[in-house]
Write a protein that binds this ligand. Structure first.
Ligand code: G16
Length: 542
């Protein structure tokens, strides 16, 4: 029986960069998740008999909310729910399922790289029929609905157990429990030359993949160990755990330090990689070298034609504005389109759907292609492996020859976490106020050539996004970008992105912190970071 339950609106359900993210205790307030899910269904409109994909990254509270979402889907007229066994689906696997099942959309329960557990974070995001994150017009409609929410609809009985494959019914709706890995692994096998990668791995090439006790463990084991023949134990931390084993499933220099240290050892593996909570981010490490996400995007774009799926070349590249301009140099040299979008994968969807770009990437460890409409951690790992299998060079040699051909974009991101929200807004406001007078100002050897607050007009659907980050560009092309994260749950996270282009190949082996010293100091001075936040150093540098 469908029940209608009275509820009261919450005033803090505005989706951020990637869905609604809050702490678990916050999400556990009565009706908090229900209100947001009902708002999704209302904003998504017509679902009579349609299919909905539901899954999550296995974090704490996932199972409860999946049960609720299934019961609410039955209460809102969906015809079929497709759900991964145990409620597990990585974000790229969910995107793929939405596409191949021609679903109306999907609900993905994840707070991505944020920590999990009873005091950790939780999140709900909605993906639309193309498999990608809901665009701004839908997330705004969801937010509007949350502000007036007075009731939600839910099937009164329990949802079926998700432990076994197969179909059961909840009222008129079919609940189909599937293998979360099978369709995704088949897709990867279509895109890449598994035979060649198998040969590489058989040739004493050693690799390690850190699944960080998050969702990619089962995917990586099936693909790397079972299908590509990597020895058992190649995938470490491969069991998804509700609290990620107490770790923080963010594949960066801090949280993936153990893996990185192993790769820095002289007798360490040739190749290392890690993924995040929901499997859409990636970290790539070669023996002795960490590949920055911006460089990874550029290298993948420049070499994609070595993999079967991209053998005829790529149509174009898109990157988020704060991502380094390394990929732009590849696009310029190859004569293909280049697009600069605001932060957030949702901005790539129209470009991918229109066939304007094939490969997209972000500095925040996300790369992907038109095979799904999300960034895809294992896809990036497999494309790297396919390239390595063809070129038979080390990661370091591939990077060095890339820089020799295109020049090197030295790059760092400095994060100041849990900053007082008012102080962070004050900092951004002050920068904003000074933008108009900044051109022509000199800081040491740096002269500002232009300064603005990034806004974007989507070339496909004409939609406009403003206030997407303060950019200060210096003559010669160096840049400092300031923006506030849209994924944090405590206070504000200030991100400062610093970039300098070095064309001279004899100067490509400088440590990034050295190559960027003057810009780093200038970024602190212009942003008045110490004075306004009380911080003398960033919490994380990537
Ligand atoms: C999300 C988005 C990404 C974005 C990233 C960083 O990643 O999907 O597109 O680049 O957040 O956002 P921010 O700088 O606002 O924290 P994920 O992996 O958290 O879903």
């Amino acid at each position: 029986m469908i029940e209608t339950i009275a509820t009261k609106p919450f005033n803090d359900q505005k989706p951020g960069t990637s869905g609604l993210r809050k702490s678990v205790p916050h999400f556990r307030q009565a009706n908090y998740a229900e209100n947001f899910i009902q708002a999704i269904f209302d904003a998504a409109d017509s679902h009579d008999g349609e299919t909905l994909v539901i899954g999550g990254d296995g974090r704490f509270y996932n199972r409860e909310v999946i049960q609720t979402a299934i019961r609410m889907a039955a209460g809102n007229g969906y015809g079929r729910v497709v759900v991964g066994r145990g409620g597990i689906l990585s974000t790229p696997a969910a995107s793929n399922l939405i596409r191949i099942r021609k679903a109306a959309g999907g609900i993905i329960l994840s707070a991505s790289h944020n920590p999990g557990g009873p005091k950790g974070d939780f999140g709900i995001k909605y993906n639309v029929a193309n498999g990608g994150p809901a665009p701004e017009k839908i997330t705004s409609a969801i937010f509007e609905r949350t502000r007036t929410m007075s009731q939600y609809r839910i099937w009164s009985g329990d949802a079926p157990s998700l432990a076994e494959f197969g179909e059961t019914k909840l009222g008129d709706m079919v609940v189909e429990v599937i293998d979360p890995v099978a369709d995704y692994a088949a897709l990867m096998e279509k895109l890449f030359d598994f035979g060649q990668i198998r040969d590489l791995i058989a040739s004493r090439f050693t690799l390690r993949f850190d699944a960080m006790h998050a969702v990619t463990g089962p995917y990586a084991k099936e693909i790397l160990e079972n299908r590509l023949g990597a020895p058992l134990g190649t995938v470490i931390n491969g069991e998804p755990l509700e609290d990620f084993g107490g770790g923080h499933p963010d594949p960066n220099a801090v949280h993936a330090a153990t893996l990185i240290n192993q790769l820095m050892a002289p007798n360490g593996p040739d190749f290392g990689a890690a993924s995040d909570g929901d499997g859409d981010r990636n970290l790539i490490v070669g023996k002795g070298i960490v590949v920055s996400p911006s460089d990874s995007l550029a290298v993948l774009a420049a070499n994609a034609h070595l993999a079967p799926a991209y053998k005829d070349g790529i149509a174009g590249i898109a990157r988020s504005m704060p991502t380094s301009q390394a990929a732009d140099r590849v696009a310029a040299k190859r004569g293909i389109g280049m697009y600069e979008t605001p932060t957030g994968w949702k901005f790539f969807g129209t470009l991918l759907d229109a066939g304007k770009v094939t490969i997209c990437g972000e500095e925040s460890a996300g790369t992907g292609s038109d095979h799904v409409r999300e960034k895809d951690g294992l896809w990036a790992v497999l494309l790297w492996l396919n390239i390595l299998a063809v070129r038979r060079e080390s990661v370091q040699a591939i990077l060095e020859s890339h820089w020799a051909e295109f020049g090197r974009n030295y790059y760092q991101r400095h994060d100041y976490e849990e900053v007082d929200a008012k102080a962070a807004e004050g900092l951004m406001g002050s920068l904003h106020d000074r933008l108009a007078s900044m051109a022509g100002q000199r800081f040491g050897t740096l002269v500002v050539s232009e300064a603005d607050d990034f806004s974007y007009k989507d070339p496909v659907d004409g939609s406009v996004a403003t206030g997407q980050g303060v950019r200060i560009v210096f003559s010669g092309g160096s840049r400092i970008v300031y923006r506030l994260s849209g994924t944090g749950t405590k206070g504000a996270t200030l991100r400062v992105y610093i970039e300098r282009y070095e064309p001279d190949r004899t100067r490509h082996d400088i440590a990034p912190e050295q190559a960027l010293t003057e810009l780093i100091d200038t970024a602190s001075a212009i942003g008045e970071i110490g004075k306004r936040t009380g911080r003398t150093a960033p919490d994380v540098i990537t």
